[in-house]
Write a new protein. Sequence first.
Length: 229
Amino acid sequence: MTRVKKLATAVAAGVAAVGITAAVAAASDTSHRSSTPAVSHRAASVARQSVGHPTQPGAPAPGSVVVGRGVLGGKPWSVTLTYYATFPKGFTPPSPPGLLHSPAFKGHSLLCTNVVIDGAPEGHATDPWAGCTVVDGARDTDHTTGASLEGNTDKGTTGSRLFLVHPDAAVARATMTFRDGRHATAKVTALPGTAYRAYAIPIASGQTIAAVDEYDAHNRLLNHNTQWR
């Protein structure tokens, strides 16, 4: 499914991940904050990937950063942020939602959140820009923060999943507490030269979320959410 739009408001035994430290060494296959979480679920067989897009001749090279990677349920996963200062070759902005004569989307840049689970790109076969959002430059103040569960089940409450968050600017890290008492922590990764940031926490099959706590750089609690599962 293509998500070229402003982002709405919305990790297994032996999890290994960059930027993620579990409080226990085993069995954590592995979310966030919003008081009214909006979950988007994507089958692992079609996990998102937008890497390797062509750029227009003379266009600035895209910036990219790995938010996290590891092994979840025996399958490799990764999350990458990629920013295009100008629309890449082959990308066509979507028609705005609403009325026929609604104004076009604001912005001339593209932010892609590339989620890959077991090497399978969601929507990539039919739409290479799945998971991308039109933004107005490198520091779009209107870019909405939000969270989603990315996994291999329709409901997103069972099986191996990734908890993916574009947090508020003050958030530096997050700790997820599971219902069996285990914990997993992820640091926020920033895309250099931009205001865009994200973190990802893997959730093992069989684990459910008790709470997600977000902290600032001074370890002050900013958000405590218990509505994710």
